[in-house]
Design a protein around this ligand. Structure first.
Ligand code: ATP
Length: 235
C-alpha cells in the first residue's frame, strides 16, 4: 500500500532522513520506533507531504506522491495524526472535527463521520461544544484522531499518540488503534513507547539518526537483546 524507497529529507542543512526504505501492506499496523530526534516524525511528515523528500520515492498504491501537495495526499486517503495533536484551541470540538472534513462538501457525509467519531469517543460527544484548548491531553488526542478520521482515510499515520497520557488512557488509545485496524484501517504508528507499540503492531522498523537499523515482525524485534537494551529498558 505504501512504500518508501531510499528517501532523503533535509531541514536546511540537517540531513534528517538518510535513505529510508520501508513498506506498509494493506491491513497492517506497522510501528516505527526510535529515540528522540531519530527522524520518526520527519518520516510521517515526508509521507503526508508536510515536508518534501529531496531524494527517493514515496509510493502510495503504486503511485509516486512525493511531489504532491499535502491536501492532494489527504484526498488520496492518507490521514495524519500529528505529534502534539495540533488541534485548534479556540474552536469547539465539533468545529475541530468539521475542519478535518475540509475536502468533503456533502453535509450528510460530514454528519455521518462526526457521528462515527462520537461513537468511537463518547467523551468528545459530551464535550462537543467545548473549546479544543480546554480539553485534557487524552481528550485532545481523541480529537486529533477523530479529526484525521473525518476524511475516511485508508492509511492512518499516527505520531506518538501515547505522549503525555496517563497509563489507563494509553491503554484506551492503543485499544482504539487496534479497533480501527480491525475495522479496515492500515496504520503506521510512530512511538517512543516501544513496548506497547510492539505489542499491537504486526511489524516494526527501528530508526536511528535518520537510518533504519532493524526491521521485522514485532514479536521478533521485541525479543532482540539490542532492542530490549536500547528501547525496552533492558531485561
Ligand atoms: P521526537 O520524538 O523527538 O520528535 P523524532 O524521531 O520524531 O523525534 P524528528 O522530529 O523527525 O525526530 O527530527 C529528526 C531530526 O530533524 C532532528 O535532528 C531534529 O532536530 C531535526 N528537525 C526536526 N524538525 C525540524 C525543523 N522544523 N527544522 C529543523 N530541524 C528539524
Amino acid at each position: 500500500m505504501l512504500e518508501l524507497k531510499d528517501v532523503h529529507t533535509y531541514y536546511g542543512h540537517i540531513h534528517a532522513l538518510q535513505g529510508i526504505s520501508l513498506k506498509v501492506n494493506e491491513g497492517e499496523i506497522v510501528t516505527l520506533i526510535g529515540a528522540n530526534g531519530a527522524g520518526k516524525s520527519t518520516t510521517l511528515r515526508t509521507i503526508s507531504g508536510m515536508v518534501k523528500a529531496r531524494r527517493g520515492e514515496v509510493l502510495y498504491q503504486g503511485k509516486p506522491i512525493q511531489r504532491l501537495d499535502a491536501h492532494k495526499i489527504v484526498a488520496m486517503g492518507i490521514g495524519h495524526v500529528p505529534e502534539g495533536r495540533r488541534i485548534f484551541p479556540r474552536l469547539t470540538v465539533e468545529e475541530n472535527l468539521e475542519i478535518g472534513a475540509f475536502l468533503e462538501s456533502d453535509r450528510k457525509i460530514v454528519q455521518e463521520r462526526k457521528e462515527y467519531a462520537f461513537q468511537l469517543f463518547p467523551r468528545l460527544y459530551e464535550r462537543r461544544t467545548q473549546k479544543g484548548g480546554t480539553l485534557s491531553g487524552g481528550e485532545q488526542q481523541m480529537l486529533a484522531i477523530g479529526r484525521a478520521l473525518m476524511q475516511n482515510p485508508k492509511l492512518l499515520l499516527m505520531d506518538e499518540p501515547s505522549m503525555g497520557l496517563a497509563p489507563v488512557l494509553v491503554d484506551f488509545i492503543f485499544e482504539t488503534i487496534q479497533n480501527l485496524n480491525k475495522a479496515g484501517k492500515t496504520i503506521l504508528l510512530v512511538e517512543q513507547n516501544a513496548r506497547i507499540a510492539l505489542q499491537i503492531a504486526h511489524r516494526g522498523y527501528v530508526l536511528q539518526t535518520g537510518r533504519l537499523t532493524f526491521s521485522g515482525p514485532a514479536a521478533e524485534l521485541a525479543a532482540r537483546p539490542e532492542i530490549q537494551e536500547a528501547y525496552l529498558g533492558g531485561h
